[in-house]
Design a protein around this ligand. Sequence first.
Ligand code: C2E
Ligand code: CA
Ligand code: CA
Ligand code: CA
Length: 280
Amino acid sequence: AKAGGRDRIAVFDPSMYTAAVKEAEGRTDLERGLANNEFVVNYQPIVDLPSGKLVGVEALARWQHPERGLVAPDAFIAQAERTGLIVALGAHILRVACFEVAGWQRDIPGAENVRVSINLSARQFQEKDLVDMVRSALTDSGIRPDLVVLEITESLLMQDVDATVITLHELRDLGVRIAIDDFGTGYSSLSYLRRFPIDILKIDKAFIDGITIDSDDATLAEAVVGLGKALRLSTVAEGIEHIDQQSMLSDLGVTYGQGYLFAKPGTADEIAEMVREHYG
Ligand code: C2E
Ligand code: CA
Ligand code: CA
Ligand code: CA
């Protein structure tokens, strides 16, 4: 080893070194998990708000890790985004969700119009072949494009506006719908939102939590719903846990609901069974 190399190493902060090693190990583990097909899709029902009838499901990624057990997305999505592995992971989740839900539509009587919502990360929009990737998932699975909703976050809309508008139009031209996820947590204004081809606003759980106990929260939720109405969009309220939230949101005119009150996310088999019972 050369003396100069030793001098250079000496300027590193050991804690930074540890963090870098951890990041590298996490990346390797994610790559291994992807190669070993450890990522699966869970589904959470989305219901029509006044009636509670199941109209669709949201696909939610889970990592069936050989040592850590079932890992929730909060523990791996951010790192997958930092490392770029979200591109491969997101494509995998999209394909699996399209194939599984197309299977339910085919095999479960009455379920032919069940929709599937799939989360897309902003990082995936940097890929030139995003639209081709979505197109092949639709074609290969045979799912009806109008039954597929792509969920994107407000932060994506703040990035490269012109490029994002073009890509969203290309996706929409495939026949899919676009939802803004976690709506209200970003900075979108009415005039700003109008520039994007959007079909659905998903109101973040943070706005739903306090609506029945805090009049300020109720006013905020009402304003967000009003924004959706002004833009002629469907609205989905997330994180509904109590029946009084359901009735209040339904009275406000929110179209759809999602939350533990109706169902927690479940495995493909569990939710297929729920869909079967629902339409049976
Ligand atoms: P999200 O898209 O906002 O998904 C909703 C999250 O809220 C899910 O957490 C769901 O389990 C949880 N949830 C639903 N109803 C309730 C409720 O009534 N009460 C409470 N306390 N929680 C509720 P999950 O599955 O842990 O996912 C967390 C986040 O990870 C998602 O938030 C999404 O941003 C991200 N994510 C999940 N799957 C994917 C994926 O395939 N791709 C990308 N890019 N992100 C994903
Ligand atoms: Ca979502
Ligand atoms: Ca959300
Ligand atoms: Ca959320």
